[in-house]
Ligand binder design. Structure first.
Ligand code: ADP
Length: 611
């Protein structure tokens, strides 16, 4: 079902709220941003006043018939003032960037942490991922809203203060000059903004295009795809996709720029009208003798300055409005309600020497947007310390079942229980502490082997424990052979001296990581898929030693490997089709026995051929 558009497009936070938010962030992360900003504003106002008064002051002095010495002093003071203020402003402008970058970096960190900590289903929700991308776009560079907003705010404040001073001055001539300038500037701003809003109204379309473009760029640089790109010749396909989305984005961008151009043209036209009328009025007053030379120059300069401040205010407001929309997205992402409980959930600590019971009670699960349930009304109790094997065809729902047990998804219907208690009440991060897992995809970081196994850095790594786990996982000898041993970096994406381990070695490393965590429940999703048959058989034989007393769930594609488990579940048609020990299921002569016979026949035939 499509989400209601109007509600989605209205920004949650307004301009004032977003400015206050940024000021609060600066107060917390780098107070210098505020003092430097204030300095820039004061310099801006001082410079404009000096420029306004320099010529009228000289003219007044001349009219008063002052001597050349006094005149030189007057000019020297103004010049010194203007140079001093400009120099200070330049210095502050140059240095403002450091503090502003600190505030932006802190916002970037928060956004990344939000993504790392959010409920797992969000990671697979394209709408959420799109929002995150849009939010991070506002922090990408110095020119994006998360940093550029400071410049907008300082300029706006300079314009506002200068406007007030000029308004006071122009009110001496009569209210209509100021009124004329204000009305025409306001008309220019609102008409222009209406035109410029075209892009904002289509921001979903823009984000969708950028998302596709980013995906193609990311995939083409993805190391995992590098082999396939070469062997399957995926290059032209990726190029075609890139060109298609780049073209679509360029068209979109060009269209939005055309709207911006029309808005700018309107600005220029109305500015001509505005200044022309005001200057005309001043000239008429001067001709009628109502203004002296110095006054005429003062008001003439004030009119052009005044329109500049008014236009600056509206342009600044327009800019602030756009930046505020982006900042609102950033804050909205942080506010997105979490389907899981974290800090607000009941704390749950891992009990030492305690074996946990896990239960799926009448659990159904349907992926968002799917037409049917992947799992339907599943009832399963995993007894404390039980070694459970889960088998079934590809796509039967084995991984989904494991993700439900681990609390990565919540059931669409039913409950997951830990020692009889619904896990939804707990702080989900506390719940995750109960699990060690080896998932099918290797998730290593470009760090050292020790850091990857221990998921910790430096002296936080318990080296004897790490070597024990590497030994148990059967990869310690390989690591010892490496010149840097456990300090060898993995992969070459970041470290040039990094090593690439084979699929099997990597799988053993992942197993070592799971053992190192030493959690009470061990979950292994096809942990031998990349191992050779001897290594695989060795792992099966040592399975009990590896998992110890822990409750364990083991997904296997090799049915014979389930012999060492207390119970085997066959998942089919969204439910548990058969369950029992390996021998019981063979005796039953059902689907499990049928699948086992096919597999063992294949292996026997394969073995005979080998002989
Ligand atoms: P198995 O582990 O038994 O191979 P899975 O649990 O991975 O099966 O998948 C079960 C079904 O759910 C499959 O039809 C698969 O296409 C679908 N599925 C898996 N993950 C997702 C997902 N993130 N979104 C939508 N459907 C999914």
């Amino acid at each position: 079902m499509e989400k209601p558009k109007t509600e989605k497009q209205r920004p949650v936070y307004g301009m004032a709220s977003n400015c206050a938010f940024m000021v609060r962030r600066a107060w917390r992360d780098c107070k210098g941003v505020l003092s430097v900003g204030l300095g820039i504003v004061l310099c801006g106002v001082a410079a404009s006043l000096l420029e306004l008064f320099v010529v009228p002051s000289i003219l007044t002095a001349l009219e008063r018939g002052v001597g050349p010495g006094e005149l030189v002093w007057l000019i020297a003071w103004f010049t010194l003032g203007m140079v001093g203020v400009r120099a200070l402003r330049g210095y502050l402008d140059e240095n403002a960037i450091f503090g502003r970058i600190r505030v932006r970096s802190s916002l970037c960190l928060d956004l990344h942490l939000t993504f790392c900590r959010t409920s797992f289903p969000h990671i697979e929700d394209p709408d959420y991922v799109k929002q995150i991308k849009k939010a991070s776009k506002c922090l990408d560079s110095n020119d994006d809203a998360g940093e550029a907003v400071w410049q907008t705010m300082t300029e706006l404040l300079t314009n506002l203060i200068s406007f007030a001073v000029y308004l006071l001055l122009l009110s001496q001539v009569g209210p209509w000059v100021a009124l004329l300038c204000m009305v025409l500037s306001a008309a220019s701003y609102f008409a222009g903004e209406h035109i410029r809003a075209w892009r904002y109204r289509r921001r979903e379309e823009e984000a969708a295009l950028l998302h596709k473009l980013d995906y193609v760029i990311f995939r083409s640089r993805d190391m995992k795809l590098a082999k396939d790109i070469r062997i399957f010749g995926i290059g032209p396909w990726l190029t075609e996709l890139y060109e298609k989305y780049a073209r679509l984005f360029q068209d979109f961008y060009a269209k939005s720029m055309r709207y911006y151009m029309w808005a700018d043209l309107l600005d220029v036209g109305l500015a001509l009208l505005r200044n022309g009328a005001a200057y005309g009025l001043l000239i008429a007053m001067a001709l009628r003798g109502e203004l002296g030379a110095a006054e005429f120059v003062l008001y003439f300069t004030a009119v052009s300055g005044f329109t500049q401040w008014v236009t600056g205010i509206f342009a600044g407001l327009g800019q602030l409005h756009r930046q505020s929309l982006e900042l609102s997205v950033l804050r909205e992402v942080a506010d997105t309600p979490e389907p899981f409980r974290f800090d607000g959930g009941k704390p749950l600590s891992v009990k030492q020497n305690h074996l946990y019971e896990l239960e799926l009670r009448d659990v159904s699960f349907r992926y968002p947007g799917a037409e049917s349930d992947t799992l339907s009304h599943v009832n399963l109790t995993i007894r404390p310390g039980e070694k459970l094997a889960v088998v079934g065809k590809n796509g039967a729902g084995k991984t989904t079942l494991i993700k439900l047990l681990c609390g990565l998804y919540d059931p669409t219907e039913g409950q997951v229980l830990l020692d009889g208690e619904d896990i939804r009440q707990y702080d989900r991060r506390d719940y995750y502490k109960h699990f060690s897992a080896v998932f099918q995809q290797f998730s290593v970081m470009a760090g050292t082997i020790a850091e990857n196994v221990a998921q910790a850095v430096g002296d936080k790594v318990d080296l004897p424990r790490m070597w024990d786990c590497l030994d148990k996982a059967g990869v310690a000898d390989k690591i010892r052979e490496l010149p840097q041993g456990e300090n060898t970096h993995l992969g070459r994406e970041v470290y040039l001296d990094g090593v690439d381990l084979s699929g099997g070695q990597m799988q053993r490393l992942m197993l070592a990581r799971a053992l190192y965590k030493n959690a009470p429940v061990v979950v292994l999703d096809e942990p031998t898929a990349a191992l050779d048959p001897i290594a695989e058989s060795d792992l099966y034989q040592r399975y009990s030693e590896l998992t110890g007393e822990c409750t364990s769930v083991y997904i296997s594609h090799r049915l014979a490997s389930t012999r060492f488990c207390d119970r085997v579940l066959l998942i089919e048609n969204g439910g548990i089709a058969e369950e029992g020990t390996h021998e019981e299921l063979l005796k039953q002569g059902g689907r499990y026995a049928y699948l086992f016979n096919i597999q063992s026949k294949y292996y026997k035939e394969g073995a005979m051929e080998d002989e």
